[in-house]
Design a binder for this molecule. Structure first.
Ligand code: ZN
Ligand code: ZN
Length: 669
């Protein structure tokens, strides 16, 4: 058994044996919990081999099952002890679920809270009134589950910040309650925060193969302190996590293997849409599971959390397949040209269509950009892509082919300055040089905030004599998100009692509210919430009940959360007005200047043309010093402030600018 797992070369396989949740199929039958890292064709054999191990896993989890339910009335002392021990083991990287089991024995006989009429708390720690960092927390008694844990990108008022994370402090302070993270799909705004969450608390992660495949790539870059527990599920699986029973339901989206999640809780079912659209002719022939959604609706839904990204757009989002017909037209129209097509690396169906169309037209395909190469590799390995023989070539070999025989698939559809397309557009790519024989297709629309960057690339391409085809010319992109009619359809099937629009800025959430009202949900039952607000549900109803710590945690380089508003304010100040440093040495006890003042500036004025100004500044500082020292001021801090004030006044009078002024006084005594 051991050897066989090793042979499959899957280092995370061992985690099956520590399965904590129990996976059932939709009809309640048990399914083995394990991670499948094999391509479609090879799936059966390893699965069978693992049968015994998996069975053991199921039994083990069954034995553990009551544990999570019966920890409700733990005394404070036991809880403290437990969390102390857990923290110590997380730090030493030895945490595993046996420990939780152990403590469960102590508390076995306590009655579960839900039998006494408890409350369900639904808290979004991100993704409300903002795009990105989606994360929803469900809490009941002693159990917490998390749906998605994404990251966001910084906006203009966060100079130097690389990415933005949700504030995890609520989860950290309730770490012993957290039973797991359920992942709807593998986009950054849904999984990008997981490596950082795992640094703070050790929780098992449940998601479909592709989502976890992409997550594993991230975990290789940002390693958590202990080996994470990743459990592969597929649509139809049901997982028991404490009082919660979560069912994964297949939906269509711009990434394969996306799911909505229906969560049975003691107060009723909560349906989380994830990101979705309805595609009735999807590339992989798997249509969103409307039948199951209808059944869940019939069983009754307490609360719907529905994504709102496209809630302002009328009609239905077109099928991914429409892009295929546009590609056909483009390939026919530009038969003689080399095609360079930029798209999102995670949209494996789009990439598949580009490769298929290329093969059909006798073109070879070269892949550019690290994330494109990685995702295509992972998707092909996991069986999500079918790469025809002899079509893919190395980018180093493109010289051997005529333009009409080549398609290049590249990253950079959002104008990212480090991407392959950007470097190609600005003649900075060592293997791809643009000529008038090139046509660039942008098979993506700019995510809000990226428009300027995308324009910059388009301008550079056109300047280089290249023809650019984007979605204003041809239907080379379709959205992955539901428009109004699709949201209505979901509501009609689910008929939720309460509704909370999620995933979007205020305008999107509000458009979602409109749809809900149109569908007959009373407006008092619709909650447009803020990040951190607690939506509380019980048998009697739903209400906003306070809030928990939440916000934006900024990541700059390897520092997480060390950038606060003060640092950002300084960065902005420096970026906008520059810096003036005044250096001087004084002997405070004698009240005399020993050396200086010397004035150095950066980003304030061009020094060579501002000698007069800087000489004037020097004089101002000298007179301030002689006045203050003359008045027998001996406190260095006070002298610093006087220098700063007088210099600021002088500079503003002369230039109408307010640079940051930094006096450095050495007291020599
Ligand atoms: Zn998505
Ligand atoms: Zn999303």
């Amino acid at each position: 058994m051991q050897k066989e797992s090793k042979k499959q070369n899957n280092k995370k396989e061992k985690k099956q044996s520590s399965a904590k949740g129990e996976i059932l199929d939709a009809k309640g039958g048990k399914k083995p919990v394990f991670k499948k890292k094999v391509a479609k064709g090879a799936e059966r054999a390893p699965e069978e081999k693992k049968q015994t191990k998996s069975k053991r896993t199921s039994q083990k989890s069954e034995a553990k099952k009551p544990e999570v339910k019966r920890t409700e009335k733990k005394s404070a002392a036991i809880q403290r002890e437990e969390s102390k021990r857990r923290y110590a083991s997380y730090k030493s990287g030895t945490a595993h679920f046996d420990e939780i089991e152990e403590t469960a024995v102590v508390t076995k006989k306590k009655a579960p809270t839900h039998e006494r009429g408890g409350k369900l708390k639904v808290i979004s720690l991100g993704g409300l009134q903002e795009i990105g960092k989606n994360i929803t927390v469900l809490e009941y008694g002693n159990d917490i589950i998390i749906v998605d844990c994404g990251m966001g990108f910084p906006d203009e008022d966060m100079p130097g910040v690389d990415l933005v994370l949700p504030d995890f402090s609520y989860l950290v302070s309730n770490a012993s309650k957290v039973r797991g993270v359920l992942v709807t799909h593998g986009h950054e705004d849904h999984i990008g925060g997981i490596p950082y969450l795992l640094r703070a608390i050790n929780v098992p992660i449940y998601g479909t193969r592709l989502s976890l495949g992409i997550l594993e790539g991230k975990l290789d870059e940002i390693r958590p302190p202990s080996e994470p527990d990743l459990f592969t599920v597929e649509a139809g699986d049901v997982i028991n996590l404490g009082v919660f029973k979560a069912e994964f339901i297949h939906v269509n989206h711009s990434i394969a293997d996306a799911c909505a999640i229906a969560i049975k809780t003691p107060v009723g079912t909560v349906f989380h849409s994830g990101d979705f659209k309805l595609d009735v002719s999807p590339i992989d022939d798997k249509i969103m599971d409307l039948t199951r959604i209808g059944e869940i609706g019939r069983e009754g839904v307490k609360l719907l959390l529905c994504e709102s990204t496209n809630a302002e757009r009328h009609g239905f989002t077109p099928s991914e397949r429409t892009v295929g017909s546009s590609l056909e037209r483009i390939f026919a129209q530009y038969e003689e040209k080399r095609l360079i097509i930029a798209t999102f690396s995670s949209n494996v169906h789009r990439v598949q269509q580009i490769i298929d169309t290329s093969a059909k037209h006798g073109r070879k395909v070269a892949i550019l950009g690290r994330s494109m190469v990685n995702v295509i590799g992972a998707a092909a390995e996991l069986g999500y892509m079918d790469l025809p023989d002899g079509v893919l070539i190395d980018v180093a070999d493109i010289k051997r082919y005529r333009p009409s025989e080549l398609t290049l698939i590249t990253t950079g559809s959002q104008g990212e300055p480090m991407s392959a397309l950007y470097r190609i557009a600005f003649a900075d790519h060592d293997k791809v040089k643009l000529t008038t024989d090139d046509v660039v297709v942008l098979s993506a629309s700019a995510i809000p905030g990226n428009e300027k960057l995308v324009n910059k690339i388009i301008n550079a391409l056109i300047r280089a004599g290249v023809r650019v085809v984007n979605d204003s010319v041809e239907d080379v992109h379709v959205s992955g998100h539901a428009c109004r009619e699709e949201i209505k359809l979901l509501m009609a099937l689910l008929r939720p009692e309460y509704y909370m629009p999620i995933h979007g800025e205020f305008r999107h959430l509000y458009a979602g509210k409109d749809i809900g009202e149109f569908m007959g949900i009373p407006s008092r039952n619709i909650f447009v919430c803020e990040v951190g607000q607690v939506l509380e549900l019980d048998k009697k109803g739903a209400r906003i009940a306070g809030s928990v710590p939440s916000g934006k945690v900024m990541v700059d380089g390897s520092g997480v959360g060390d950038i606060g508003s003060v640092v950002l304010r300084d960065r902005k100040h420096l970026a906008e007005d520059g810096l003036v440093v005044v250096v001087m040495a004084i002997d405070v006890s004698y009240g005399m200047i020993v050396s200086g003042p010397d004035i150095v500036s950066r980003g304030f004025v061009y020094v060579k043309e501002s000698e007069l100004l800087l000489m004037g500044a020097k004089k101002v500082v000298e007179s301030t010093l002689s006045v203050s020292l003359g008045k027998r001021v001996r406190d260095v801090v006070q002298i610093k402030n006087m220098v700063k004030d007088d210099l600021a006044k002088y500079i503003y009078k002369e230039t109408k600018r307010r640079p940051m002024i930094l006096p450095i006084i050495m007291d020599i005594c």
